[in-house]
Design a protein around this ligand. Structure first.
Ligand code: S6P
Ligand code: ZN
Length: 193
């Protein structure tokens, strides 16, 4: 492993951003086709709004993606729903499955959903100050269940990589929806492992 310079970034808790920022990833609704249950609601939003920014990822600058390094970033998920389903991240397993991760809740209201290959599911309310541990082998997705931006900090091993394909194919076992004005966790009728 090559020697890189020590550095720091400053965390803006209110905005959920690291300063300075490296790569910024923006995920629009058009990049999440078929990930939300309500296809009619998806099509309606795409027709009315053309597209919608669902979340942004602010990576710490210039960390090599190799074993031994610790990658870190913040994520901000903007509030809203697609039908009854709250705005969420795509969700992934790590490409090297036995790589863990830590999330720290910063601002807003949201959940961390976790799932094994067998469809075993868990959830953690990722309130500000909550430090959540994502053990090896657990897929993870975050969901904004509030009406303000929901943000959190993540740190994970440099060689972990991301497997988005499994979730794109199977979906997540549980969905977070709004039901009678409340947040409800329900089985995903389209989940197919
Ligand atoms: C990376 C970590 C997070 C997510 C980010 C966006 O391992 O879990 O930084 O990448 O929250 O989610 P996703 O599922 O689009 O990568
Ligand atoms: Zn991850």
């Amino acid at each position: 492993m090559s020697l890189i310079e020590p550095f720091y970034t400053t965390l803006n808790h209110q905005e959920g951003r690291l300063q300075p920022t490296g790569q910024v990833i923006q995920r629009y609704l058009s990049q999440m086709k078929n990930m939300y249950l309500d296809e009619g609601a998806y099509n309606q939003i795409m027709a009315d709004e053309e597209d919608r920014l669902i979340y942004e990822v602010f990576n710490a600058p210039d960390i090599p993606q190799v074993a031994g390094q610790i990658l870190h970033c913040t994520t901000v998920i903007y509030p809203g729903r697609i039908g009854q389903e709250f705005h969420m991240t795509k969700g992934h397993f790590h490409a090297i499955r036995d790589r863990a991760e830590i999330y720290v809740g910063l601002n807003g209201e949201g959940y961390l959903l976790l799932m094994t290959d067998d469809g075993e599911a868990r959830e953690i309310v990722l309130a500000p100050g909550v430090v959540a541990y994502i053990p090896p082998y657990w897929a993870h997705r975050t969901v904004n269940t509030g009406d303000q931006p929901f943000s959190f900090l993540s740190a994970w091993p440099g060689d972990a990589g991301h497997d988005y394909g499994s979730i794109e194919t199977s979906g997540f076992a549980k969905l977070l929806i709004e039901q009678a004005g409340k947040v409800a966790i329900v089985d995903n009728p389209q989940y197919a492992r």
